[in-house]
Design a binder for this molecule. Structure first.
Ligand code: SF4
Length: 154
């Protein structure tokens, strides 16, 4: 997996104070996408074990308390990202007690593959669906267009 940006302290991309990771790779090509530079799988930089360690350390940092982590992109559930995202999510569950995990994807919850569902089984919130420009509504919270759904899973 590759990624574009990592914000160790973020108050914009999800509730509370969080860590946010924007991964590379998205097949959805939504017109009006605000993050086109992340579409190519080979864009950005490699997501290394050291980067995963840093995220775990940041989530456990007691000086700046994080509510959890946001995984966005690009698409964290791109078929080529799923195994690395699953490994990261498993580590967060095992090593960062009490932290929530929010994932943004262009896939709909009802069309996920078994591998993608393995990730969804471990997260708290999935914001799903493509961005549809005609359904754009700036008043929406955590989503850009009204077709997208914020699924509070657990
Ligand atoms: S799913 Fe998200 S990142 Fe992918 S094209 Fe659509 S808006 Fe852009």
């Amino acid at each position: 997996m590759r990624y574009h940006n990592y914000y160790p302290v973020d108050i914009v991309n999800g509730p509370g104070t969080r860590c946010t990771l924007f991964v590379s790779g998205c097949v959805h090509e939504c017109p009006g996408c605000y993050n086109k530079s992340t579409w190519r799988l080979n864009s950005g930089q490699p997501f290394t074990d050291e980067m995963a360690d840093r995220i775990i350390d940041d989530l456990n940092d007691t000086r700046i308390k994080r509510q959890g982590i946001t995984l966005s992109g690009g698409d964290p559930l791109h078929p080529q990202n799923v195994s690395d995202i699953l490994a990261l999510v498993k580590r967060i569950r095992a090593e960062c007690a009490g932290k929530d995990i929010w994932v943004w994807t262009g896939y709909r919850l009802d069309e996920l593959s078994d591998a993608q569902k393995d990730v969804v089984d471990l997260i708290n919130v999935l914001v799903d669906g493509k961005f549809v420009q005609d359904l754009k509504d700036p008043a929406l919270i955590w989503r850009g267009s009204s077709n997208q759904v914020v699924h509070h899973l657990r």
